[in-house]
Design a protein around this ligand. Structure first.
Ligand SMILES: Cc1cc2nc3c(=O)[nH]c(=O)nc-3n(C[C@H](O)[C@H](O)[C@H](O)COP(=O)(O)O)c2cc1C
Length: 202
């Protein structure tokens, strides 16, 4: 089965990345996971978790933390430039970057593939495959806006981590689920085992 590449970078809203891993595996998907160098720092600061950098140890860490044993999870170091997913010949279902920092976004927009996430994003654009980017910053300066525009022009789909208010969410988890479902709907991947909004209560 072709994999979904999931990248988590050093922007706030780490929980969106975590819930994405959990729901993808819960739905029996094959996931290639890359955390940027910045993501480890944000995880420590925002979530108080120390994520192992070693790929095998990290896969075990996520399995235990998220309590999901289904699906297939392969983790990569941010600087593993020789990984199979760094090549266009490795076919995927597409790539999601959530949350995406302005640093990663800017480097992708300028074709500056410094780490594996940026290289994979570059490959998805050049191969005309789906690339979903969820940029997290506020307020946005003109450079951010221009970079987002360039990526949209190059074929990326920009899906900001914005919750809906019309669903009347009662918890942060409900808001996160809404965002994660929208991300993977954009990729064309149905996530089950999660509540979807079915219109206003009548
Ligand atoms: C707790 C914390 C929250 C951050 N939140 C954001 C954010 O929401 N958006 C952003 O662009 N950068 C944010 N940053 C700054 C990035 O982590 C920093 O620019 C980093 O170099 C990005 O690296 P990366 O793009 O390789 O992940 C945050 C940093 C920390 C420590």
């Amino acid at each position: 089965m072709k994999s979904i590449v999931l990248a988590i970078t050093g922007a706030s809203a780490m929980q969106i990345g975590e819930r994405s891993i959990q729901l993808l595996l819960d739905n029996n998907k094959t996931v290639d996971l890359i955390l940027s160098k910045g993501a480890y720092e944000v995880a420590k600061s925002e979530r108080n978790i120390n994520i192992p950098v070693d790929p095998k140890a990290q896969a075990v860490f996520w399995r235990n933390k998220l309590g999901v044993m289904t699906g297939k999870l392969t983790c990569y170091r941010w600087n593993d430039h020789s990984a199979s997913i760094a090549s266009g010949s490795h076919k995927t279902m597409g790539m999601v970057i959530a949350p995406c920092s302005m640093g990663t976004l800017g480097r992708i927009a300028s074709g500056f593939s410094l780490d594996l996430i940026e290289r994979c994003a570059d490959v998805h654009l050049k191969e005309n495959r789906k690339l979903i980017i969820s940029p997290r910053e506020s307020p946005l300066n003109l450079i951010h806006i221009e970079n987002i525009r360039r990526l949209a022009m190059a074929g990326a789909l920009i899906v900001p981590p914005i919750p809906a208010w019309y669903t009347n969410p009662k918890t942060i988890d409900e808001m996160i689920d809404f965002i994660v479902v929208r991300l993977f709907d954009s990729l064309g991947e149905d996530l089950n085992n999660v509540k979807r909004w079915e219109g206003p209560v009548k």
